[in-house]
Design a protein around this ligand. Structure first.
Ligand SMILES: NC(=O)c1ccc[n+]([C@@H]2O[C@H](COP(=O)([O-])OP(=O)(O)OC[C@H]3O[C@@H](n4cnc5c(N)ncnc54)[C@H](OP(=O)(O)O)[C@@H]3O)[C@@H](O)[C@H]2O)c1
Length: 294
């Protein structure tokens, strides 16, 4: 299938690798052109603009930072929707407010095309292996059309409802995870005086009822931060976590609710970003808390 990926950041590039590995004909575009080079070296075509990308493919995938990025990519003068988009399938996978996807869907529909949202659980490793968890939103027929492609990216695809429902579910699944990172930092602080080697300490905490699934994959990274070793390249950054938490809190306000645990987690992540950890992996947060001066 001819697939275009607009936005080859960490997740976009990992998804491109996955789809190229399945022998799809993949074309890419990214605002910062250097980030397309490893994909071009591996055989991807590089389009001159989002419009040119959309022109040459049957399906376009986007996974971008936030609503401003979506607006720039879709609605800019050389944007994905600036040409003849009739009949095309757009799969929008960013983590944003539901209304951003709903407004976008209306614009895509006006162009005679189809939009399915599918934000994902899982980070770059699962993206490269096709093992994400997709939270799809869209009309039944549109999700059915997108499903074969979604299932090549995801180990599980849940159709949550119309466009907007997938992003709402995605915000919900991330909330306990971000609160967990701070709770883990506080648990590690309590254990500090025990002097247990970080790898063993994480192994103990991972094998208990209070553990999140995330410690099974990111535990070695937390242990590396604790030990002052190189944790490797970041997957989900502290800055992106702050964006997600602000999005959840904003969404709850619209619904008339409050999220006190998420608000505290946001404050802790924002402090970490201010201390210079904005581009570090989210797993830096618990280690920072455990190592702070008392
Ligand atoms: N990383 C994860 O583990 C993970 C997991 C699940 C979901 N997500 C979600 O997936 C999305 C992408 O995350 P990521 O980690 O791949 O982020 P990333 O590496 O920072 O990539 C972001 C992408 O958005 C593009 N972008 C940002 N602002 C733009 C603008 N104004 N105009 C055009 N392009 C713009 C970037 O282009 P440039 O390269 O030019 O900056 C890049 O291609 C986010 O919504 C995140 O919350 C991430």
């Amino acid at each position: 299938m001819k697939i275009g990926i607009a936005g080859t950041g960490r997740m976009g590039a990992a998804i491109a690798q996955r789809l190229m590995g399945l022998n799809h004909d993949v074309a890419v575009w990214n605002r910062t052109p250097e980030k397309t080079k490893p994909l071009a070296d591996a055989g991807a075509k590089v389009a001159a603009s989002p419009a040119a990308l959309a022109d040459g493919v049957e399906a376009v995938i986007t996974i971008l930072t936030d609503d401003r990025a979506i607006d720039a990519l879709y609605n800019g003068p050389q944007g994905l929707l600036s040409g003849d988009a009739r009949g095309k399938l757009f799969i929008e996978m960013s983590t944003v407010r539901p209304d951003v996807e709903m407004v976008l869907e209306a614009k895509v529909r006006q162009k005679g095309a189809v939009l399915v949202e599918c934000p994902v659980g899982g980070t770059t490793g699962p993206a490269r292996e096709g093992k994400l968890f997709g939270f799809a939103g869209g009309a039944d027929a549109d999700v059915a059309r997108a499903r074969p492609l979604l299932e090549q990216m995801c180990r599980r695809v849940e159709h949550c409802g119309p466009v907007g429902a997938g992003t709402r579910m995605k915000l919900a699944i991330n909330l306990p995870l971000y609160v967990y990172w701070q709770a883990l930092g506080e648990a590690l602080l309590l254990c500090r005086s025990l002097g247990i080697e970080p790898g063993r300490l994480i192994d103990i905490l991972a094998d208990t009822s209070g553990a999140s699934n995330a410690i099974k994959t990111r535990g070695p990274s937390v242990a590396a931060y604790l030990a002052g070793r190189d944790p490797g390249p970041p997957a989900m950054t502290v800055d992106l976590v702050c964006k997600d938490l602000r999005t959840m809190i904003g969404e709850a306000k619209v619904l008339g609710g409050t999220l006190p645990a998420a608000e505290t987690a946001l404050k802790c992540f924002e402090d970490a970003a201010k201390s210079g950890l904005g581009s570090a992996d989210q797993s830096a947060l618990p280690a920072r808390w455990a190592k702070r001066e008392l």
